[in-house]
Design a protein. Structure first.
Length: 342
């Protein structure tokens, strides 16, 4: 069982009166069964936490060494400031965390440097808490999810992983290969479609907006729960391509006035402060609703989530620490903070 999203329960139908001879029409099959537990089993989540700790070791080791001294003084805070900046936490988030940490140390009357590390984990968890939000599937049918990102961020692979987990949880998924700019992207998405036994809408050299329109129309006609739209990777500085993204969004709205219901940006955790710039640029163009942070394994720049939380708090739906299917999971602020300083 994978806890990749929270299924919004449909409004329960009005109970039929006992004497009514005609039964009410059957409600659509929900994506997740009503008996699905709210929290995943402890063992699988613990396994994920272990992977996250291993993935963030490069980031955390530089910060954790600060607390190996014998006293809490200004030198410790200066060293911690340097370590946070080196982890791409950013100036604003670093300043906030240091001020918050000093307050916590004063209020708790802590004298042991090792205990300060736990207080820092609390401060980071509180800073990241606004980013923790579940992806809701079921409020709309279909839920149209538009996915953007720069080349190499792991966008199409993340779509494939998300498709698998949605399908495993009972959601019917339709893929839209709107990355017509790169032939390999269509082929890659088609492989994921075959692997997950889901349908895909694609056109050889077709207009990305037209493909997206056809996919949303088909998703509505076929009663699919989710339509995932894979767009072409591009840099925020490629203005003509960014305008193409806006066009896709406008055309999707013609197929479904409320769509896209989610606009996700996939960003590479190794890019550090550049990831923050991407979030700002894509949000200006598309009004992002969520992020997927990939490739956090082995990075020394995991502090960028703190920078995002402080400067552009777009919810982080998923984080990834590897290439395997199970290496993409829901974001939990406290888990991340603890893993960062493990």
């Amino acid at each position: 069982m994978f806890s990749f999203f929270r299924k919004k329960a449909p409004t329960p139908p009005t109970p039929a009166l006992p004497e009514a001879p005609t039964p009410s029409p059957a409600a659509p099959t929900p994506v997740a069964a009503a008996s699905t537990p709210a929290a995943p089993a402890a063992a699988p989540r613990q396994g994920w936490l272990d992977k996250l700790k291993a993935g963030l070791r490069k980031t955390g080791s530089g910060i954790a060494t600060v607390f190996t001294g014998t006293q809490i003084d200004e030198a410790l805070y200066e060293e911690l400031e340097s370590a946070l900046l080196m982890a791409d936490t950013g100036v604003k988030a670093t300043t906030h965390l240091l001020a918050d940490l000093k307050r916590r140390v004063k209020e708790s009357k802590t004298t042991d440097p090792a205990a300060v590390k736990g207080l820092l984990a609390d401060a980071i968890a509180d800073l990241l808490a606004p980013l923790q939000k579940p992806l809701v599937i079921g409020e709309h049918k279909p839920t149209v999810i538009m996915v953007a990102g720069v080349n190499g961020a792991g966008k199409t692979t993340s779509i494939g992983k998300l498709t698998r987990h949605l399908a495993d949880s009972g959601a019917s998924v339709l893929l839209a290969a709107a990355d017509t700019f790169r032939a390999a992207a269509r082929e890659q998405l088609a492989v994921w479609a075959d692997r997950n036994t889901v349908e895909i809408i694609t056109q050889q050299g077709g207009d990305p907006a037209a493909v997206s329109f056809d996919a949303v129309t088909a998703g509505k006609a076929r009663g699919r729960d989710v339509v995932l739209v894979d767009t072409a990777g591009r840099l925020p500085t490629q203005l003509h391509l960014m305008e193409e993204l806006r066009k896709i969004k406008r055309v999707v709205q013609k197929a479904d006035a409320g769509a896209p219901h989610e606009v996700l940006l996939v960003i590479d955790g190794n890019t550090g402060q550049n990831a923050l710039m991407q979030v700002k640029a894509f949000d200006d163009a598309l009004q992002l609703t969520g992020l997927v942070i990939t490739k956090l394994d082995g990075t020394a720049k995991g502090g960028v989530l703190c920078a995002i939380a402080r400067e552009k708090p777009v919810p982080v739906y998923f984080i990834g620490v590897g290439e395997k299917l199970e290496d993409l999971e829901t974001f939990d602020a406290r888990e991340f903070a603890q893993a960062l300083l493990a």
